[in-house]
Design a protein around this ligand. Structure first.
Ligand code: SDX
Length: 393
C-alpha cells in the first residue's frame, strides 16, 4: 500500500463490480445462475433455456423460448467470405486462436454492432447472431484443422445436435444423432455457462468497458480462456493423464512433483481461486462421466487413473490444507474424449458453454453504465534522469 493505492496481485481480494447474474459460495461449494442451483439446471434445463436465463434474467416462457430459438436458428450461417479466412490458417493452428480471430471478424459484417448508441433490438440481434454463429465457427475451425469440407448448419436440428452434425458429418453422410451424446453435451455446456468474475469474464468486461463492440469483447474472452491455468486446463488434464500413463502410471511420483516448489509441474484440473472445497460442477461431471462411458460402452483408463489421483490427492495434507480439489476441468476432458471430440477442441467446448455467461456479464456492464476499466499502480522504476546521446552509450 502507498497513499490511497493497495496492490492486490490477481485481484484475489478485489471486487470489480456488483452483479446479479451468478452466485458462488466457495466454502460450501454453491453455484447458482440467477438464483437457480446448478444441480437443478444441469438435470432439468436445456442449454438455450440457461443461455436465456443468464442473459435476460428469467427462465423463458414457452413463447419466449420458441422466439429465442427461432431467432438463433435463422442466424447460424456465417458469411460465405469467411470460408477464405479459414483457408488462410495452416492445419496446426490451434482452434482457440482461429476462433478468437473469426469472432472479432464478425464485426466486419455487422457494422451495427459497433454503434455505441444502438437500439436494444440491435443489441439482441448482435447477441442472437453470436449465439448462433459460434457453434458454426467452432465446427469450421475443427473441419479446417483436419482439412475436411465444411458442413453447413441445418435448421431442423436442435442447438447441440446441429453442432455435432457440423463437427462429425461429412458431405457423403450425415452424423447419426446419439441422444446420450447430445444430452451429455447439453449438460456440459450448462455447467460451463457462467462463473461470475473469472479471468475470461473479467476480460470481456474490461474490453467492453472501452465500448469496443461485443464481438471484440468476446474474442478477448476466448483468448483469456485459452490459457492452461483457465479453460485450457481441460486439454492439459488429458495431456497430463496421458503423460503419467506413458510414464508407467506412477501417481505417487507425479503427485510428489506437483508438491515440489522447485518443480513447475502442477496437477491440472486441481485447485480453484474461489472453491476451497469441492467444485459442485466437478461432482456433477464426475457422475456424468461414469454414466456416459457406461452408456457408450467406452472403457477409458484415463478415467480410472483420474479417480485414483483424486483419491490420493484428497487424502494428502498438502492438497487438503490448501483447499485443492478437482475443478470443472478435471473430468470434463474425459467425457469430451468419450464423445469423440478431439483434445484440441476441448477448450473450444468450454468457450461454447461460457458464451452466454460472457454475454450476460457484458450486457450487465453496459446496462449499468460502468466506467472504463483503468486501474492504477505503484511505480517502482528509475528516478528522473537525463537522456544520454548515442555517441556516449
Ligand atoms: C477454471 O475462476 C474461475 O472460476 C475459473 C473457472 C471458471 O469456471 O471460469 O472455474 C474455470 O479456470 C478452473 C481452474 C482450471 N485450472 C487448472 O486446473 C490449473 C491448475 N490449477 C492451478 O493453476 C490453480 O489452482 C488455479 C490457477 C486454478 C488457482 O490459482 P490461485 O487461486 O492463484 O492459487 P495459487 O496459485 O496461489 O495456489 C495456492 C497454493 C500454492 O501453494 P503455496 O504457495 O500455498 O505453497 O496451492 C498450490 C500453489 O502452489 N496449488 C497447486 C495447484 N493449484 C494451486 N499445487 C499443485 N497443483 C495445483 N493444481
Amino acid at each position: 500500500t502507498t497513499g490511497y493505492i493497495t496492490i492486490d496481485p490477481g485481484f484475489k481480494n478485489t471486487g470489480s463490480t456488483q452483479s446479479a447474474i451468478t452466485y458462488l459460495d466457495g466454502e460450501n461449494g454453491i453455484l447458482r445462475y440467477r438464483g437457480y442451483p446448478i444441480e437443478q439446471l444441469a438435470e432439468k434445463a436445456t442449454f438455450l433455456e440457461v443461455a436465456y436465463l443468464l442473459i435476460y434474467g428469467e427462465l423463458p416462457t414457452q413463447t419466449e423460448l420458441k422466439d429465442f430459438k427461432e431467432s438463433i436458428t435463422n442466424h447460424t450461417l456465417v458469411h460465405e467470405d469467411m470460408k477464405q479466412f479459414f483457408e488462410a490458417y495452416p492445419s496446426q493452428a490451434h482452434p482457440m486462436g482461429v476462433l478468437a480471430s473469426m469472432v472479432v471478424s464478425l464485426s466486419t459484417f455487422y457494422p451495427e454492432s459497433q454503434d455505441p448508441n444502438r437500439s436494444s433490438e440491435a443489441v439482441d440481434l448482435t447477441i442472437h447472431r453470436l449465439l448462433a454463429k459460434l457453434p458454426t465457427l467452432a465446427a469450421m475451425s475443427y473441419k479446417n484443422a483436419v482439412r475436411h469440407p465444411f458442413i453447413y448448419p441445418k435448421n431442423e436440428l436442435g442447438y447441440v445436435e446441429n453442432f455435432l452434425n457440423m463437427m462429425f458429418a461429412m458431405p457423403t453422410e450425415d452424423y447419426k444423432p446419439n441422444s446420450v451424446v447430445a444430452s451429455a453435451l447439453n449438460k456440459l455446456l450448462i455447467l460451463h455457462a457462467d462463473h461470475e468474475q473469472n479471468c475470461s469474464a473479467s476480460t470481456v468486461r474490461i474490453v467492453g468497458s472501452s465500448q469496443a463492440n461485443l464481438y471484440a469483447s468476446i474474442s478477448a474472452g476466448i483468448s483469456a480462456l485459452w490459457g492452461p491455468l483457465h479453460g485450457g486446463a481441460n486439454q492439459a488434464v488429458i495431456e497430463m493423464l496421458d503423460k503419467i500413463q506413458a510414464d508407467g502410471g506412477d501417481l505417487d511420483k507425479w503427485i510428489a512433483k506437483a508438491k515440489d516448489k522447485n518443480d513447475p509441474f502442477r496437477l491440472m484440473g486441481f485447485g480453484h481461486r474461489v472453491y476451497k472445497n469441492f467444485d459442485p460442477r466437478a461432482k456433477i461431471i464426475k457422475k456424468a462421466a461414469d454414466d456416459v462411458l457406461e452408456q457408450l460402452g467406452v472403457q477409458d483408463p484415463a478415467l480410472d487413473l483420474a479417480k485414483k489421483m483424486e483419491k490420493i490427492a484428497l487424502e494428502d495434507p498438502y492438497f487438503v490444507e490448501r483447499g485443492l480439489y478437482p475443478n470443472v476441468d478435471f473430468y470434463s476432458g474425459i467425457i469430451y474424449k468419450a464423445l469423440e471430440i478431439p483434445s484440441e477442441m476441448f477448450t473450444v467446448m468450454f468457450a461454447l458453454g461460457r458464451l452466454p455467461g460472457w454475454i450476460a456479464q457484458w450486457k450487465e456492464m453496459i446496462e449499468n453504465k460502468e466506467p472504463i476499466g483503468r486501474p492504477r499502480q505503484i511505480y517502482t522504476g528509475a528516478n528522473e534522469r537525463d537522456y544520454v546521446s548515442i555517441e556516449k552509450r
